[in-house]
Design a protein around this ligand. Structure first.
Ligand code: GLY
Length: 346
């Protein structure tokens, strides 16, 4: 088809991925963001975890996220080759662990649910777990989910920024933009710009640095406290995350304490690490935790509301939105996630 002009509002991992995909298909793309890559993408841990992040009653969302995860290895290779950037894509898998009998009872419910979804949840005995992850508390018990991987979102943003032009401007109204197609991909800011029911769900993430780090992503419970640990190859270990219905940009002392307590309960060695960063971001949440992807009005598309799954869903969101730009319909997996399901507008 003839190349179109496409304006993307939002320079996070979703907006930038859409922009790169549209540019790869020959369209003339501009991204608008006063501070690209500094919103939720800057805070996100980058777990590619459709299994670990699957919850009861979210079957359609999990089906979508499993397909999102399948696309990541190819996407990471293409993006690394096109940009010359290393993305921190790691495929060692994720350990899901608990410490107490209550933690493990909760996890067993989740593992049953995850297995029913067809996930590869591999039981490990105590020796098997210690062999894979010697730094784990010896009391920990758990499983390996081989297919839940990770990527470094800050590196992904840096790579995408090599490939798409960004205008460091705030957009006040979508109607101010002159383009064949406008794509609203502004995370929480999409609420005001598009009249969409997206709410900020704040999360604090800690970054630690030290000598010894785990090899796998580790997630689970430590005496009832939920936590995930995401080790980067450069020695950084992320500890996340709080989930708070507020948007004041501040981490709370209690939230940081609980994360550190759970992290050091699961991997005692982390108590020796330096706490080098506390960052706070706003996940764009929706009523059903699903993303909002589709046509908002003629010539206006939307891709927002990715809540806990923005990094995981970015490549497939990008190809779905680029399909819409090209005049095609969305793949079936996206049908439950139209804007109209939440706005009631047609
Ligand atoms: N995806 C992890 C989080 O939102 O904390």
């Amino acid at each position: 088809m003839a190349p179109l002009s496409v304006s993307v509002v939002g320079g996070g991992v979703i907006g930038l991925s859409i922009a790169w995909e549209c540019a790869r298909r020959g369209h003339a793309v501009t991204v608008y963001d006063p501070d690209p890559g500094r919103g939720a993408s800057h805070v996100a841990a980058g777990m590619l975890a459709p299994v670990g992040e699957s919850y009861f009653g979210e079957r359609e969302l999990t089906a979508l996220l499993l397909e999102c995860a399948r696309r990541w290895p190819g996407y990471a290779a293409e993006l690394a080759a096109a940009s010359g950037h290393e993305l921190g894509h790691r495929t060692e898998g994720t350990l899901q662990v608990g410490l107490t009998a209550d933690d493990l009872a909760e996890l067993r419910r989740l593992w049953t649910h995850q297995r029913e979804l067809g996930a590869d949840v591999v039981a490990l005995d105590a020796d098997g777990l210690r062999e894979r992850e010697p730094l784990l508390n010896p009391r920990a018990r758990g499983v390996l989910v081989e297919s839940d991987h990770q990527v470094d979102p800050r590196r992904v943003v840096a790579a995408l920024r090599e490939l798409v032009p960004v205008r460091r401007e705030a957009v006040r109204r979508l109607s101010d933009l002159e383009a064949d197609v406008v794509v609203l991909a502004a995370g929480c800011a999409s609420a005001a710009l598009g009249g969409l029911p997206v709410r900020p769900v704040q999360g604090a993430v800690l970054r630690l640095r030290g000598q010894a780090a785990p090899r796998h992503v580790i997630r689970g419970y430590a005496d009832g406290r939920a936590v995930y640990l995401v080790p980067r190859r450069d020695g950084e270990v992320l500890v996340g995350a709080t989930v708070e219905e507020r948007a004041d940009g501040h981490a709370t002392a209690g939230g940081v304490r609980d994360l550190l307590r759970a992290a050091t309960d699961l991997v005692p060695e982390l108590a020796e690490h330096a706490l080098v960063e506390v960052s706070v971001g706003q996940r764009p949440g929706t009523a059903d935790n699903g993303p909002i992807v589709g046509e908002l009005a003629p010539g206006v598309l939307v891709a927002t509301g990715h809540y806990r799954h923005g990094v995981l869903a970015a490549p497939y969101t990008a190809s779905a939105v680029a399909d819409l730009v090209d005049g095609a319909t969305l793949p079936l997996l996206w049908e439950p996630f139209s804007p109209q399901r939440l706005t009631g507008r047609r």
